[in-house]
Design a protein around this ligand. Structure first.
Ligand code: NAP
Length: 239
């Protein structure tokens, strides 16, 4: 049997947060193609329905739930429901995220806190709840979506950069806590990726951004999905 069979996610259950569209949708679709059962959440039923229809169009039978990741109670309820209705989660992708760009001197405290709530606290609630189950199984893969903004900073993004830098710290510490229990914890820190989140950029801003990227183009959701597939699969058992 070829070692490439280790790319298979056959029999695994993957929860990708905020995956009705964008990068999360591309990641979940790649996982489904590799054989995984897909579970995703979004804040509103209409977005869950939109996601379910988009998956169905690709021939994927996904399980969609309404859950706001900023609400720990809702997160715990979701994890319990998924375990009862679908099974034990093997792969978690903390993908749900928002921006609210503004120069720092104009940023209200609640505009700072909201971004931290979704991007960092939400990932903490999910990771905490799901790793407790993974510890019992002595296996699992947890992936969080950080950003270049969290590594290098970006003007008008003190809230977003802080949340994404926080995710780097959380990922590194959780990896050290959980690695010895058979659970791998990793992060992905993309630059600009073409999704709704970056649709506000002008063509000029996009080509300027592309000049600073080795590949001389913005990322596509599939580029990130490829990395996320590697990190979820048994090809990355030592990562
Ligand atoms: P997107 O198109 O805006 O999708 C984000 C998803 O998160 C949406 O489905 C959104 O649902 C969901 N979400 C937001 N708040 C939520 C909450 N409280 N609870 C549950 N779900 C929630 O973003 P994207 O570009 O695909 O980005 C995905 C991830 O990659 C994010 O963490 C982002 O920070 C990160 N990232 C993106 C880029 C980029 O250039 N695009 C670069 C680096 C990192 P609603 O529609 O309901 O808001």
């Amino acid at each position: 049997m070829s070692f490439l069979n280790n790319f298979s996610l056959e029999g695994k259950i993957a929860l990708v947060t905020g995956a009705s569209y964008g990068i999360g949708f591309a990641i979940a679709s790649a996982y489904a193609e590799a054989g995984a059962t897909i579970v995703f959440n979004d804040i509103k039923q209409e977005l869950v329905d939109k996601g379910l229809a988009a998956y169905a169009e690709k021939g994927i039978k996904a399980h969609g739930y309404v859950c706001d990741v900023t609400n720990e109670e809702q997160v715990n309820e979701l994890v319990k429901k998924v375990e009862e209705e679908v099974g034990v989660i093997d792969i978690l992708v903390n993908n749900a995220g928002i921006t609210n760009d503004k120069l720092m001197i104009k940023m209200k405290p609640e505009e700072f806190t909201k971004v931290i709530d979704v991007n960092l606290n939400g990932a903490f609630y999910m990771t905490k709840a799901i790793s407790a189950l993974m510890i019992k199984q002595r296996s699992g893969s947890i992936i969080s979506m950080s950003s270049v903004s969290g590594l290098k900073g970006n003007p008008a993004q003190v809230n977003y950069s802080a949340s994404k830098a926080g995710l780097v710290g959380m990922t590194l510490s959780a990896a050290k806590e959980l690695g010895r229990r058979g659970i791998r914890v990793n992060g992905i820190a993309p630059g600009f990726v073409e999704t709704d989140m970056t649709a506000v950029l002008t063509d000029e801003q996009k080509s300027h951004a592309a000049e600073n990227i080795s590949m001389q183009r913005l990322g596509q959701p599939q580029d990130i999905a490829n990395t996320a597939l590697y990190l979820a699969s048994d090809l990355s058992t030592y990562v």
